[in-house]
Design a protein around this ligand. Structure first.
Ligand SMILES: *[C@@H]1O[C@H](CO)[C@@H](O)[C@H](O)[C@H]1NC(C)=O
Ligand SMILES: *[C@@H]1O[C@H](CO)[C@@H](O)[C@H](O)[C@H]1NC(C)=O
Ligand SMILES: *[C@@H]1O[C@H](CO)[C@@H](O)[C@H](O)[C@H]1NC(C)=O
Ligand SMILES: *[C@@H]1O[C@H](CO)[C@@H](O)[C@H](O)[C@H]1NC(C)=O
Ligand SMILES: *[C@@H]1O[C@H](CO)[C@@H](O)[C@H](O)[C@H]1NC(C)=O
Ligand SMILES: *[C@@H]1O[C@H](CO)[C@@H](O)[C@H](O)[C@H]1NC(C)=O
Ligand SMILES: *[C@@H]1O[C@H](CO)[C@@H](O)[C@H](O)[C@H]1NC(C)=O
Ligand SMILES: *[C@@H]1O[C@H](CO)[C@@H](O)[C@H](O)[C@H]1NC(C)=O
Ligand SMILES: *[C@@H]1O[C@H](CO)[C@@H](O)[C@H](O)[C@H]1NC(C)=O
Ligand SMILES: *[C@@H]1O[C@H](CO)[C@@H](O)[C@H](O)[C@H]1NC(C)=O
Ligand SMILES: *[C@@H]1O[C@H](CO)[C@@H](O)[C@H](O)[C@H]1NC(C)=O
Ligand SMILES: *[C@@H]1O[C@H](CO)[C@@H](O)[C@H](O)[C@H]1NC(C)=O
Length: 835
């Protein structure tokens, strides 16, 4: 064997001598059968690097610049070696350059859990098996390809190591056995996963963090029993076949889409200007590295979605992450009774119980109450429960380490999670989640009631800034946003790029026109029709019912369509109609919404039919639901959203008469704390706040419209009803008159016996509406205050003005439109078509 080796080498050297003067490529990407390579400096392309690492390159493809090679690699200590694929820099003669110009980057290895020593051997046997043996001859790894007609080993251009047969067909490939990295062009099939290493120095599979593809989508896990998910991107409806790392994205490919066409983007990746690879690093971050005169981290892919605090070990076990700081539970002032930092200098190493939990003395278990703290993962063990039952369930089971509770809409329908292993907690950031949640951590009450804090631990009560990784984060965000902008600009120019539409977690699914044609039975059952198109009933492959809105005549919205879809799709709340998916296929633009079986509120409140009229409780619940949906839009989601077209037609009811607001997000998105001067009026006559006439638009225009809707619900008639005698045409004028006469109860819907029974409560509700209808928008309550008032937690403002402005008449509006120079009166958002 050794002789064969020497002959090959001398041929190689000969080649070099002959060709190097002409700067001919001098790569050696393919090996034939019956070859053995011994892991010592006798391997020709052995290079030592400045960081102490070494490569002994067996195959290398290409020349000039970053190139893929395979061979033995050690990371500094060089007592143990991997058989690995790495990216190295090469010169024009294809020699690996060292050491100053970038260290080798390992993207795959055969034996990460079983490193080998000096003089270990790699053998491509005459039977076509690739075998790695340690110096003592023990079998460390093999491709198990004996008898599979392998004729050679090929290091491909994109970094895949392939055993091929006589017809060049792949028999085995390294891409099928991913480790912790992905290179451009590489896919992760369903069932495959990346597993992070123990540390950046130790390539052993740590097993703690993994990124896995299943039929449902892409998931990042932290190992525990069972695994806990810290990132997910579900594809919904259809099954994933694989995800692929492409230039600019990680994309889903699904079984029903054309084989080589990405279905949607999962995560955006900065466009590659040179060699790039993605690595799941040992702290659970998914990072992109790129070559540009040295290897640099260019993106931290999951952090944009998770923030810094949602990584399971960001502050270690039991640590609490808040405002980029780590702390321990139960530290008040300088007293630490239950927990202390494991390492005062490294707050992100986590916290340890001062008295460890003992299952022998469960009577001493107590729960430490942490308000407004939440956890990255929440698979409820118990649903529809209250906080006390949740806490009790934890105290009753010794394996439970904490009771985590998410409040539901009322006290008795929260969710309870009882983890048996607790990673980092995080302070609930109001902006990022609408859950109000609490954590109760199990502690062992100490025998002696008071444990005096030691002087050493005193100083650490306030946590320490998480250091450079967070500082670097803002810079990264900039890079990411720049690349996103570039991506967008390109998209605007290139229709074809729409195929790569951004799919981010929780985002709506992209359907083909064909999918939706099938789902709706060729658009058979129409639910509604209006100016911009029609809405049809449909059923998706997974059996869920949907409403499909076809938008037509929208040539000019092409560009904004995707942006609007993205915004709307990222908003989730029980009182908002969910956008399930969309279609942007050639000229077709469709939106797919969850199906609401009881249709729009309009159908239910304006009919005079006693039988189907809604009870007081139902009406109250609907009002509360709408208020909660609007609270979320105005105050709780990442970007403040003004609906601008609240009316009964845009409030939909499910089979239990839960109300959800639809068609939100179609209006302009306005950054929080910034009202905006609008140049076009939006909305619907009868629901427009008076300030539309002077163009100072705040979220209070929605509060006004909400007030009109509340009044309509309680009174059972439209605000503008032209079938009434002139003095009663405008409900607000009637309200003004009745208020002066102190006869508000006359307003309550007379067509419902139940409403008349609840007249008193109904009048209170009218007062809430009046508060919302104040002409001076600064006097109107915010939607969260409205929720509190309905819930009985606050009182209605006493000093209310009943001289409603009725200036937003059709004439005034048309004059205003003319002033603003808009040709289309009441420009509704294109997306807010009919129901
Ligand atoms: C591998 O085998 C092929 C044909 O069998 C031959 O042309 C080629 O020169 C061999 N390569 C080496 C490096 O020996
Ligand atoms: C190098 O090896 C020595 C002895 O085997 C060990 O103590 C040291 O931690 C190792 N260093 C690294 C970076 O692996
Ligand atoms: C590796 O093998 C070479 C040649 O057989 C020998 O000279 C060298 O000492 C060996 N190295 C080790 C560490 O065993
Ligand atoms: C080869 O087979 C052995 C024994 O069945 C197995 O442990 C090993 O994982 C296989 N190697 C590969 C690369 O599949
Ligand atoms: C080796 O891989 C390259 C791609 O980098 C491919 O073009 C070539 O055909 C492969 N060679 C064989 C013999 O399979
Ligand atoms: C296999 O690939 C090599 C190199 O790409 C090419 O020269 C050869 O013709 C291919 N053989 C077959 C059977 O396709
Ligand atoms: C790498 O980590 C594994 C698992 O924790 C450990 O067993 C092994 O000793 C470590 N190797 C080195 C060189 O530190
Ligand atoms: C990635 O795409 C960008 C823009 O299309 C292009 O400039 C760049 O060369 C591509 N990178 C690679 C490695 O193909
Ligand atoms: C405690 O919880 C574990 C799961 O963590 C479960 O297997 C066990 O049955 C529970 N014990 C009791 C007494 O409920
Ligand atoms: C609260 O939830 C419980 C259980 O779902 C239900 O029975 C009860 O009617 C709800 N109360 C209110 C005020 O909605
Ligand atoms: C709660 O569920 C999680 C997984 O979903 C499980 O690990 C844990 O043991 C469960 N706790 C109890 C007390 O059953
Ligand atoms: C969370 O909800 C509970 C019950 O509704 C309430 O007592 C508590 O004040 C709320 N906390 C926050 C921060 O909103």
């Amino acid at each position: 064997m050794c002789q064969v080796h020497v002959v090959v080498l001398s041929l190689v050297i000969l080649n070099f001598i002959i060709f190097s003067t002409n700067a001919q490529p001098f790569d050696y990407p393919i090996a034939n059968l019956s070859n053995t390579w011994t892991n010592n400096p006798s391997i020709e392309h052995s290079v030592d690097f400045g960081d102490g690492s070494k490569v002994r390159s067996i195959l290398l493809r290409g020349t000039f610049g970053p190139r893929f090679a395979c061979g033995f690699y050690c990371n500094g200590n060089c007592t143990s070696f991997l058989f690995a694929i790495f990216i190295v820099q090469t010169n024009s003669a294809s020699y690996i350059t060292s050491p100053a110009i970038g260290f080798p980057q390992v993207v795959w290895s055969a034996n990460r859990n079983n490193p080998v020593q000096e003089n270990a051997t790699l053998q491509l046997t005459e039977n076509g098996d690739l075998v790695l043996r340690d110096v003592d001859g023990t079998l460390v790894w093999s491709t198990n390809t004996t008898g599979k007609s392998v004729v050679g080993l090929n290091m491909t251009e994109i970094g895949n190591l392939v055993l091929f047969d006589r017809s060049n067909k792949t028999v085995w490939q390294s891409f099928d056995h991913p480790t912790d990295s992905l290179v451009p062009g590489q896919s992760l099939l369903v069932g495959q996963k990346l597993t992070a290493s123990v540390s950046s120095f130790n390539s052993t599979e740590g097993g703690l963090f993994s990124l896995s593809v299943t039929a449902e989508g892409l998931f990042a896990y932290i190992e525990s029993n069972p695994s806990q998910i810290y990132y997910e991107s579900r594809i919904g409806g259809t099954t994933t076949r694989y995800v692929k790392f492409m230039n600019g994205s990680i994309a889903f490919f699904k079984s029903t889409s054309a084989p080589n066409q990405p279905f949607s983007t999962v995560i955006r990746v900065p466009l590659a200007s040179s060699a790039q690879y993605i690595k799941l690093v040992s702290d659970g971050h998914l990072k992109v590295f790129e070559w540009s005169s040295e290897w640099k981290e260019v993106a931290d892919l999951l952090t944009g979605y998770l923030g810094n605090c949602k990584y399971p070990l960001v502050c270690g076990n039991y640590g609490i992450c808040s405002d980029e700081q780590c702390g321990c539970p139960g530290i008040t002032g300088n007293e630490q009774i239950y927990f202390r930092l494991i390492n005062d200098r490294q707050p992100n190493d986590g916290c340890a119980a001062i008295t460890p939990l003992s299952c022998e003395t469960p009577q001493d278990h107590q729960l430490l109450d942490l308000e407004d703290v939440t956890y990255f993962y929440f698979p409820a063990n118990i649903t529809n429960t209250d906080i006390e039952s949740c806490k009790q369930a934890c105290l009753n089971n010794c394996s439970c380490k904490a009771a985590l509770f998410q409040y539901g809409p009322n006290v008795s329908d929260g969710n309870c999670f009882l983890p048996s292993q607790l990673f980092s907690l995080m302070k609930n950031e109001k902006d990022k989640t609408h859950y109000n949640s609490s954590a109760f951590i199990k502690v062992q009450a100490s025998q002696t009631e008071f444990v005096p804090p030691t002087s050493q631990t005193k100083s650490t009560s306030t946590g320490i800034i998480l250091g450079s990784s967070l500082g670097a984060f803002s810079g990264l965000l900039l890079i990411i946003s720049i690349s996103v902008v570039l991506f967008r600009i390109k998209k605007a120019h290139d229709e074809k790029d729409e195929e790569y539409l951004d799919q981010v977690p929780g985002m709506p699914t992209r359907f083909t026109y064909e999918d939706l044609k099938v789902a709706t039975g060729s658009f058979l059952k129409k639910l509604g029709q209006g100016g911009f198109g029609s809405v049809f009933e449909g059923t998706l492959v997974d059996g869920s019912n949907v409403a499909v809105k076809c938008l037509d005549g929208i040539g000019q919205v092409k560009k904004s369509f995707l942006a609007e879809v993205e915004t709307i799709g990222s908003i989730h709340h029980v009182n908002l109609v969910r956008l399930v998916g969309f279609c942007a296929d050639k000229s077709h633009r469709l939106l797919v919404y969850e199906y609401m079986s009881n249709g729009s509120l309009e159908k239910w409140i304006f009919n005079r039919n006693n039988e189907s009229s809604l009870s007081w409780q139902t009406r109250r619940k609907i009002i509360l639901d709408v208020a909660k949906g609007l609270t979320y839009l105005h105050e709780e989601c990442r970007q403040k959203i003004f609906h601008l077209d609240i009316k009964p037609q845009n409030i939909l009811l499910d089979d239990n008469f839960n109300a959800k607001v639809s068609d939100f997000g179609l209006s302009k998105l306005i950054d929080k704390d910034q009202s905006q001067v609008m140049t076009t009026m939006r909305g619907t006559r009868g629901y427009l706040a008076p300030e539309w006439l002077n163009s100072i638009i705040t979220e209070k225009v929605d509060v006004y419209s909400f007030g009109v809707v509340v009044l309509e619900i309680v009174c059972g008639r439209k605000n503008l009803d032209y079938s009434q005698p002139e003095e009663s045409m405008h409900l607000l004028s009637v309200l003004k008159r009745k208020a002066e006469e102190d006869r508000l109860f006359d307003m309550v819907d007379e067509n419902s016996k139940d409403m008349l029974i609840h007249k008193k409560e109904a009048v209170e509700m009218i007062k809430i509406a009046v508060w919302c209808l104040q002409s001076d928008f600064t006097k109107r309550p915010s939607m969260s205050v409205v929720v509190k008032v309905i819930d009985g937690l606050m009182e209605v403002e006493l000093n209310l003005d009943y001289t409603f402005s009725t200036t937003v008449t059709p004439t005034a509006m048309i004059q205003q439109e003319a002033k603003l120079g808009s040709s289309t009166p009441l420009l509704a958002s294109v997306l807010s078509g009919p129901r």
